[in-house]
Design a protein around this ligand. Structure first.
Ligand code: ADP
Ligand code: MG
Length: 626
């Protein structure tokens, strides 16, 4: 019989399972039971929507059987089964493709991280098995098939006899070693406790043959050992349980079982709503950003159940994009089972649920921000960027929902602050909320443009992410205070006297600035005396809607190559350099050209922009050295 090879990525994962020294090998049972439950869900759903299939509730179950003599553990289910093609595709290829790509080689070595954080599915059986055999018959096929593998060499598929629809996974346990006693997975008490721990809320009965002591006869005292089939799990789904009876660990177990993330949830939200719309939901805010989160591969959505039957694995309409990081499930008895994806979008009940959920998430985040700042900052670290996208999205339609959830780094506090905290501290005469944009906090700290605002004792918010300034331009104001970039033309700080003085100064030097503007033709819109510089000789600022930082961001996008900020070169007229410009204006036009270009290039560098002609720039520097 032909042995087929595993797909390359599967092979890697399999190798990790086989060589794993992971301590919690028991999770393999959780994975296999979860697959069994998924398979029954699929059949259950099909039966509900397909009249040709009629099943009785009792015909749905999972059974775990231990055979001590042969050291075999079998997980049987009455689910949908697999066809030959499905066997090959599902068990030969890793479904979560790409999931390994983000892990570095070190983490890969013993697979500890992957297994612990990720939930690895079917292959986890190889942590305890020498050989795994799968007997399965699909509801869509008359022929049953057997799949078998003893690891890396590959797998075989052949026809087999099996009368009932469903799947049986047989695990031939590995030989015991000094460190590892695989026999424990044949012990009744051990299996029972693993099932209780990880799979208690599985909706279908997980049965086991259990040895019990029973009176041999009704009127006799002696007890005899008899085998009895018992259901081990409580079968109440977690979302139907009372919150007060559940622990943090219960929610974490559910999160892991569902593979909602490879981390632990930062926060869970358990909702049981009984009003205009009835639903239950268990939602999670993950702790870490999923590796593919900010890519187009990431799909947001919640699992959607109708009366405990899964009808959609990822319903995107339940979550606004800006809360797309939330994981979890919603169950509502008010939704029809047969509803199609297209219909669902327009379903009033669903829209109500979605709106309700949005408000609950917002409420939970506000609550965290207020009562557990550290946890909120962890959250914000992972998903703050998403909230800022949310502000900008749909022309600012959601900004009122989100503005109070934003955090920015403060020049004053040297930590993240909310806009409310900023405004609260603002001196009465301060006209604007100031911000500065740059690559990093340390770079912004050195920006000449911040000098004047800081001198005034005003707080500046530091924007280091691409999205920041765009989001703030959409927000426009907070509590009626407008935002103002420290690089913008008018900072609104100058006193009238100052302004008069500047005017006079400017008139005096009009000719000089006109000459410099001429030298920099096409590069800057204007050359001016600066009102904001204290110690630095020059800086660049922008007029109009597009700031220099925005130009950088927009230019990095393919369609916006020729977007330009209207740049203004500002000269500090109190600086010695200025005197030298003035002197040369009357004496030496070549020197003026040289100095003007140098100053312009310096200003570019300070802004984090590249110098257009580096060779000419260094030549210019040489000229002043000799
Ligand atoms: P996942 O459950 O995340 O999809 P697994 O590795 O656990 O990944 O399983 C791979 C696939 O194999 C499943 O998606 C399913 O299609 C199939 N499968 C596994 N176990 C069963 C089963 N007991 N019955 C039917 N299909 C199964
Ligand atoms: Mg699985």
């Amino acid at each position: 019989m032909a042995v087929k090879e595993f797909q390359a990525e599967s092979k890697r994962l399999l190798e990790m399972m086989i060589n794993s020294i992971y301590s919690q090998k028991e999770i393999f049972l959780r994975e296999l039971i979860s697959n069994a439950s998924d398979a029954i869900d699929k059949l259950y759903y099909k039966a509900l929507t397909d009249d040709s299939l009629s099943f009785h509730q009792d015909s749905y179950y999972i059974k775990v059987t231990a055979d001590k003599k042969n050291r075999e553990l079998t997980i049987t289910d009455t689910g949908i089964g697999m066809t030959e093609e499905e066997l090959e595709a599902n068990l030969g290829t890793i479904a979560k493709s790409g999931s390994l790509a983000f892990k570095n080689e070190n983490e890969m070595k013993d697979g500890h991280d992957i297994i612990g954080q990720f939930g690895v599915g079917f292959y986890s059986a190889f942590m305890v098995a020498d050989t795994v055999t799968v007997y399965t018959k699909s509801v869509n096929s008359n022929q049953a098939f057997k799949w078998e593998s003893n690891g890396l060499d590959g797998f075989t598929i052949e026809p087999t006899d099996k009368n009932t629809v469903g799947t049986e996974v047989v695990i031939k346990l590995r030989a015991n070693t000094e460190e590892e006693n695989y026999d424990e997975f044949l012990e009744e008490y051990r299996l029972k406790s693993i099932i209780k721990k990880y799979s208690d809320f599985i909706r279908y009965p997980i049965k086991m043959d259990v040895t019990v002591q029973k009176p041999e006869d009704d009127d006799k005292e002696e007890l005899a050992e008899v085998t009895e089939e018992q259901t081990i799990n409580s079968m109440v789904p977690i979302w139907r349980k009372n919150k007060n009876e559940l622990t943090k660990e219960d929610y974490e177990a559910f999160y892991a079982e569902k593979h909602y993330g490879f981390d632990k949830p930062l926060q869970h939200i358990h909702l049981s709503v009984d009003g205009a719309v009835r639903y239950q939901a268990v939602l999670f805010i993950p702790e870490q950003t999923p590796f593919d989160y900010y890519t187009k591969e990431y799909e947001k959505g919640l699992e959607l159940y109708s009366n405990s039957v899964l009808i959609m694995e990822k319903c995107p309409d339940l979550l606004p994009d800006y809360f797309g990081f939330v994981k979890g499930m919603v169950d509502s008895e008010d939704l029809s089972l047969n509803i199609s994806r297209e219909m669902l979008q327009h379903d009033r009940q669903l829209q109500l649920i979605a709106k309700n959920i949005k408000n609950k998430i917002k409420g939970q985040l506000k609550d965290l921000l207020k009562n557990d700042r550290e946890k909120y900052e962890t959250f914000y670290q992972a998903f703050g960027r998403q909230l800022k996208f949310g502000v900008q999205m749909d022309f600012g339609a959601h900004k009122k929902d989100l503005e109070d959830l934003l955090l920015f780094y403060s020049s004053k506090e040297k930590k993240m602050v909310t806009l409310a905290e900023y405004v609260e501290r603002m001196p009465e005469e301060q006209p604007y909320i100031y911000y500065a944009t740059g690559e990093s906090y340390s770079r912004i700290e050195k920006m000449p443009q911040t000098e004047m605002v800081l001198d005034k004792g005003y707080e500046i918010l530091y924007f280091t992410e691409d999205i920041d300034e765009f989001a703030i331009k959409t927000l426009m104001s907070y509590q009626d205070k407008e935002f103002k970039s420290v690089s913008s033309g008018d900072l609104g700080i100058e006193s009238e006297d100052d302004e008069k003085e500047e005017k006079a100064e400017e008139e005096q030097n009009q000719e000089l600035f006109a000459a410099m503007k001429e030298i920099l033709a096409g590069k800057v819109k204007d050359v001016r005396a600066s009102k904001r510089l204290r110690s630095h000789p020059v800086c660049l600022t922008a007029e109009g809607e597009i700031s220099i930082e925005m130009e950088k961001v927009l230019k990095s996008m393919p369609d916006n190559q020729d977007i330009q900020a209207e740049k203004v070169l500002e000269i500090n007229t109190d600086h010695d350099v200025y005197q030298s410009l003035k002197d040369n204006f009357n004496k030496d036009k070549d020197k003026l050209t040289l100095y003007t270009n140098l100053l312009y290039n310096q200003a570019l560098l300070i802004e984090g922009l590249s110098v257009e002609d580096p060779v000419a720039f260094t030549d210019d520097i040489c000229k002043i050295m000799v």
